[in-house]
Design a protein around this ligand. Structure first.
Ligand code: FMN
Length: 192
């Protein structure tokens, strides 16, 4: 038996990166759970931001932003970036977190986040509701060397240990154990 829960804005789980706008001289960032990859060629990211966000104002000024994946151990700082606004706080000065220059865009990376995407805004979609959709092209990515797998080309997710957000219960979690190989385990399911 399933119970109807009505229209929902929840997926389980959701990522919880810090999205940053601005420059090395003046930046702001916020926690964003409503974010996903939008395509592969070119690689894009799509996120839902409330019009009132200070970070959105800075993204609009330069047309650039970065997506910064935090470690699970840093939930407190990420939550702080998600409950305080750059309209009346300097979140980097107050948290002690720092910026480092990106390679391609003017928006810096969050130094304490081990995986980062550099993005350029492609378009904004006004849905006529609470949030605007910002779609960006991912023009570069960075990973700390100590979270890479032995090939050196891919992130080892256990080493990354990313923060995950659970809507509804409003919890931060970390990922659990590996269950199978994707694009592979499905081959063991044979038609009758
Ligand atoms: C776990 C979590 C997830 C959030 N996800 C979003 C989101 O997807 N979109 C959004 O606009 N705000 C989201 N917020 C709220 C913003 O992060 C928050 O309002 C922040 O203070 C805005 O900062 P700013 O005004 O400095 O940009 C989230 C907050 C938390 C704690």
């Amino acid at each position: 038996m399933k119970k109807r829960l009505g229209p929902s804005d929840r997926l389980y789980p959701m990522p919880c990166p810090l999205v940053l706008g601005g420059t090395m001289e003046h930046a702001d960032a916020l926690a964003v759970a409503w974010i996903a990859i939008g395509g592969a060629t070119p690689p894009t990211v799509v996120m839902a931001l409330r019009q009132s966000r200070r970070t959105l104002e800075l993204i609009r000024e330069t047309g650039e932003f970065t997506v910064n994946i935090p470690r699970a151990a840093d939930a407190a700082v990420v939550d702080y970036f998600g409950i305080v606004s750059g309209h009346d706080h300097d979140k980097f000065a107050e948290s002690g977190w720092t910026l480092e220059p990106a390679s391609v865009v003017s928006a810096p990376l969050v130094a304490e986040c081990p995986y980062n995407l550099e993005c350029r805004v492609l378009t904004e979609v006004d849905q006529g509701g609470s949030h605007v959709l910002v779609i960006g092209e991912i023009v570069e990515s960075h990973a700390e060397e100590n979270i890479l797998d032995p090939t050196g080309a891919k992130v080892d997710v256990e080493l990354l240990d990313p923060l995950v957000y659970i809507a509804g219960s409003r919890e931060y979690r970390r990922l659990g154990e590996k269950v199978a190989d994707a694009f592979s385990i499905g081959k063991t399911v044979k038609p009758e």
